[in-house]
Ligand binder design. Structure first.
Ligand code: NAD
Ligand code: DAU
Length: 355
């Protein structure tokens, strides 16, 4: 088992990164320090970790910095004597990559390259560089079959092409320079603290407010939904136990069409929240809109490698995971309001500008 003293988590103010930091402090035996290296883009919200900051004080540190800045990356690794990098920071939304791909190239490819270079300069002091990647690098499945660790890469969107490129760089640094690396490619995450541009939180909040629920095309595209806490446990398992140079597919064994996901969310919101003024069920808010260009039909992961090697498995079912997530968005008004209104930006200016 690897043990780490000082982990650099990039993108730790985002959805999965913040859940990962909480997981490391509260659900593992980790007793070191985490430096959260985050540029606080529209998707980064330090409020997602204010409880962790209060509880774990000096062992948790937010560094407001950008992975596109090579010298900031190098300086952070040296100053905090980093022995492991867990790399989440990315532009993560496919629709944004279609409209404006530039940042995806700069952050996802150049930013990853900067991190790899700085990690290499740490020499033997660096125990592991872990790259958090996606199943979208494998392209699209037809109605049958699964992605595995040996599926050839075939990305379609600017987002997935940039993630594929960063995966290749990580492998190249392992194979060429002997950098100790691991990669996870996982399916669609859902759960607390997800920015409401992604399907599930967008549908929950729009359904609550009685706004239209935009389903792309016929809603027949399939995604494999994984609860974020199960993903974080898979990452923790890999970084502590997997051999250098290995890659791991992580999925939810929970395939659903988008239409089915939206219908399920509507039913849960109807059950948990007061009825709409009109009295109509929330499913009546579904509006079919123009399809996403190049929309991948189906993603599904065969995660038997990580299940067989380490006994990792999903702890959430679709039913209790979706219920828990809707409940979280209903109960966490302050976080939701800050994200909806952009108010957390003021908070960032006040608390982090000078650091
Ligand atoms: P997110 O968009 O919620 O968060 C991204 C974080 O990265 C934010 O905190 C943002 O401020 C930070 N960031 C962006 N650009 C940066 C830069 N240049 N320098 C430093 N920080 C920067 O993303 P997420 O959904 O939490 O995804 C995290 C990682 O997991 C990404 O690499 C993504 O590709 C991967 N992934 C996500 C999913 C999913 O379903 N969300 C599935 C598979 C893989
Ligand atoms: O598969 C892993 C990927 O999952 C991650 O790498 C990405 O970072 C993450 O954003 C996610 O990508 P998707 O494009 O699959 O997620 P998104 O939530 O944007 O969309 C899920 C599905 O729902 C997709 O088929 C598009 C559809 N959709 C999405 C939105 C936002 C809609 O029908 N309506 C919407 O309003």
């Amino acid at each position: 088992m690897r043990r780490f003293k000082n982990i650099l988590v990039t993108g730790g103010a985002g959805f999965i990164g913040s859940n990962f930091i909480r997981h490391a402090f509260e659900r593992t035996d980790f007793d070191g320090r985490i430096v959260n290296f985050d540029a606080l883009t529209y998707a980064g919200n330090p409020r997602s970790l204010s409880d962790i900051e209060a509880k774990f004080g000096p062992r948790y540190r937010l560094l407001h910095a950008d992975i596109r800045d090579a010298s900031a990356v190098r300086e952070a690794m040296e100053r905090f004597e980093i022995d492991a990098v867990v790399h989440f920071a990315a532009e993560s939304h496919v629709d944004r990559s279609i409209v404006a791909p530039d940042d995806f190239v700069q952050t996802n490819i150049v930013g990853t390259f900067n991190l790899l270079q700085a990690a290499r300069e740490r020499g033997g002091a660096l125990a592991l560089f872990h790259h958090v990647s996606t199943d979208e690098v494998f392209g699209s499945l037809g109605p049958t079959g699964f992605f595995t660790e040996t599926t050839p890469y075939a990305p379609h969107s600017p987002y997935s092409a940039s993630k594929a490129s960063s995966d290749h760089l990580v492998r190249a640094f392992h194979d060429t320079y002997g950098l100790p690396t691991t990669i996870t490619n996982c399916s669609n995450n859902y759960g607390p603290y997800q920015f409401p541009e992604k399907l599930i939180p967008l549908m929950i909040l729009n359904a609550l407010e009685g706004r239209p629920l935009p389903v792309y095309g016929a809603g027949l595209n399939v995604r494999d939904w994984l609860h974020v806490e199960d993903h974080c446990e898979a990452i923790w398992t890999v970084i502590t136990r997997a051999e250098s140079g290995s890659t791991w597919c992580v999925g939810g064994r929970n395939e659903r069409t988008n239409a089915d996901v939206v219908r399920t969310i509507c039913e849960i919101v109807d059950r948990m929240a007061p009825p709409l003024q009109s009295g109509a069920p929330r499913a009546s808010l579904v509006t079919h809109v123009a399809d996403r260009p190049g929309h991948d039909l189906r993603y599904a992961i065969d995660c038997s490698k990580i299940e067989n090697a380490f006994g990792w498995t999903q702890s959430y079912t679709a039913e209790n995971g979706f219920d828990q997530t809707v409940r979280w968005y209903l109960d966490n008004h302050a976080w939701v309001d800050s994200v909806r209104t952009g108010a957390y930006r003021d908070w960032i200016e006040k608390n982090y500008a000078a650091r």
